[in-house]
Design a protein around this ligand. Structure first.
Ligand SMILES: [Zn+2]
Length: 390
């Protein structure tokens, strides 16, 4: 049976490879019959091993060559064949407990990223390399729109992930009322342009990242398109004016064919949704989706547009961190694929009150009807009329 298995063939064909138990997992015995790999709830595998053969194999999986492992196993258990040992390795592979030893020193990798790589290793199937995930981040260029409660904290998270280049766009100045949650700004920065302060702060946090800052208010999609050249992913955390900002950025990223993660905070919940142009539904597809599926959507939109609602800023730093962490993790998922993104064609909502999250019903791409990412006409949809009005 195992002869058909790709992983087993990999072991059979190359006995110089160095499989090891992922260093993130402890290995320990419960008694003479049982042992476990891993200790986290949901990430612990228990093995029944009355003869102690699998435990012995696991103990040898410390990064030494497969050749040596086979010799040592056979020395201890004379009846074992190579195939038996491959079968044992297959069991461990199927539980995602082993990886091939990598000498990271050969990659000249910045030590600050090693914990990221350990985290990614949890998600790697045998034969995948967590370093490749970090490398994809290190090779990427990100355009960050907005340096408020979202963007300023996102920038600190990005600094630890180390994209090749970050372009940041904002037009505001640092005010005292920002200091409760926009924690890259200091008292001595009051009155300075956020973009300038943020560029300098990023350089101090991670000098390996190329950074460009632009003092620009985003009012049209052309204001975004000026900066999308060479960009792998956009993060949009400008949410003023509500809906219109997202619609403007959406138009630009669809035209530029660059994926975008959008994030916005409400009162005690935040939302993240992502658009991959021409693959997932875009923001205007969402407008069409709501028009078709929610008979009060247009009325609510118009009602909201007709009032002048100027709420105080509702942004409590611990809540903002929940949202910005989710935004950046989505960005990493989209750039690297280390895990499936949670916000493609759906809105991923985080409830700050209890730390829970859920995804809204998904919406698809309306290729025929969407005026932005498809072949539709704007005037067919009443909703788009109210975006232009003001
Ligand atoms: Zn669309």
């Amino acid at each position: 049976m195992y002869l058909d298995n790709q992983i087993v063939r990999r072991f059979m064909n190359n006995k110089y490879i160095r499989p090891r138990i992922k260093p993130i997992y402890p290995v320990y015995k419960l008694n003479d019959l049982l042992f476990r790999v891993g200790a986290q709830l949901g990430l612990t595998t228990e093995f029944e091993d009355p003869e102690g053969k699998l435990y012995e194999l696991v103990s040898l999986l410390d990064g030494r060559e497969l050749n040596e492992i086979i010799v040592a196993m056979k020395k201890k258990f004379a009846d074992l064949t190579d195939e038996d040992i491959f079968e044992g390795l297959e069991i461990l592979c199927n539980e995602d407990l082993i990886e091939e030893y990598e000498d990271y020193s050969k990659y000249d990798i910045d030590d600050r990223y090693l914990p990221n790589i350990s985290y990614f290793s949890r998600f790697m199937k045998y034969g995948m390399n967590a370093y490749d995930i970090q490398k994809k981040i290190n090779d990427s260029t990100i355009l960050l729109l907005g340096l408020g409660g979202g963007g300023s904290n996102i920038l600190t998270l990005l600094s630890g992930l180390g994209p090749k280049k970050i372009k940041i766009v904002d037009y505001d100045k640092v005010e005292k009322s920002n200091l409760g949650r926009q924690l890259i700004y200091k008292e001595s920065d009051l009155g300075k342009l956020k973009v300038k302060v943020a560029v300098n702060a990023l350089k101090e946090m991670n000098s390996t990242i190329e950074v460009e800052g632009y003092n620009q208010k985003i009012e049209t999609s052309d204001d975004v398109l000026k900066y999308t050249d060479g960009v792998d992913l956009v993060i949009c955390v400008i949410d003023e004016p509500p809906f219109i900002a997202q619609k403007t950025v959406n138009k630009a990223i669809v035209e530029a064919k660059v994926p975008c993660v959008f994030g916005a905070s409400q009162v005690s919940r935040g939302r993240v949704f992502s658009v991959i142009p021409n693959i997932t539904g875009c923001f205007d597809c969402l407008n069409i989706h709501y028009t078709l599926h929610d008979d009060k959507f247009v009325e609510q939109f118009v009602g909201f547009r007709n009032i002048s609602f100027n709420p105080p800023t509702v942004a409590y730093a611990p809540a903002m961190y929940q949202l910005t962490a989710a935004i950046v993790d989505e960005a990493v998922r989209i750039i690297t694929g280390y895990m499936e993104a949670r916000s493609l064609g759906t809105q991923y909502e985080i409830n700050y009150e209890d730390g829970s999250s859920f995804t809204h019903p998904s919406w698809s791409r309306y290729e025929k009807d969407c005026p932005t990412c498809g072949n539709g006409k704007t005037d067919k949809w009443e909703i788009f009329r109210y975006y232009d009005k003001k």
